[in-house]
Design a protein around this ligand. Sequence first.
Ligand SMILES: NC(=O)c1ccc[n+]([C@@H]2O[C@H](COP(=O)([O-])OP(=O)(O)OC[C@H]3O[C@@H](n4cnc5c(N)ncnc54)[C@H](O)[C@@H]3O)[C@@H](O)[C@H]2O)c1
Length: 256
Amino acid sequence: MRLADKVALITGGGSGIGRASAVRFAREGAKIAVSDMNRASADETARAVEAEGGEAAVVIGDVSNSSDAERMVQAAVEAFGKLNVLVNSAGVSGRNALPPEASSEDVWDKVLDVNLKGTYLVSWFAVPEMEKTGGGSIINLASIMGLVGYPAGFDGGFNPYNPSKGGVVQFTRNLAVASAPKNVRVNCICPGFVDTNLTSMLKADDEVYRFLEERHPMGRFGKPEEIANVALYLASDESSFVTGTPLAVDGGYTAQ
Ligand SMILES: NC(=O)c1ccc[n+]([C@@H]2O[C@H](COP(=O)([O-])OP(=O)(O)OC[C@H]3O[C@@H](n4cnc5c(N)ncnc54)[C@H](O)[C@@H]3O)[C@@H](O)[C@H]2O)c1
């Protein structure tokens, strides 16, 4: 088992990439603290972990709130005695951040708060706990949209999602350099488009969906499990000399 005796906290663990990572990690022996804003979906992930023979604890909260972020880390440590791995998967896009009538400034603030500040806050509380165990691994969910611009036309270039994810890439590098002496590795995954709740509304428009599929040289969206497999590598000791890296998992999107 690749994560035997490890404890992992997964934010956004109620859905998509977070849930797939929880299940994948549990199959490799990790105990999982599932964190999400949505209790029903977090509970469902916990049941999926238990169905794999794993152990799960659920902690509900908003990653952009510092006391919630602290509580998430404490809950993992209280449930399982330590923290080895953090996956920062909680995230929103400009499309689902707030109701459509919200101002674009409010959407900007919300997307930056959840995607960038939320990643910072949970990491802030996690690093000292990892230090206590002699090290750890933080895996941030950035995006190809943190590496390249969105095709012309969408949102007129004012979409906050790309800057939020570019910020996650740079936060990852910075924290990796500072945390290397503590044996805490920090990496981020930059997925292409993945079939999850975050992208489900894109399916409403066949033409847009097909256009986006074709932007990937592999001609399709990824599956959450394909991202979870890479998160597993970064969580495990197999990546022991990998830190500060934005790892594209994108069917070739950014190779063009
Ligand atoms: N799906 C994609 O195409 C894609 C591509 C690149 C990057 N990503 C990133 O991967 C991560 C996971 O995305 P996903 O596709 O699994 O999305 P998802 O919508 O399926 O899951 C995200 C989860 O985060 C939770 N969440 C949202 N805001 C939160 C908050 N403030 N506090 C706590 N939990 C919160 C949601 O309740 C949800 O369960 C996100 O950071 C996303 O930006 C996704």
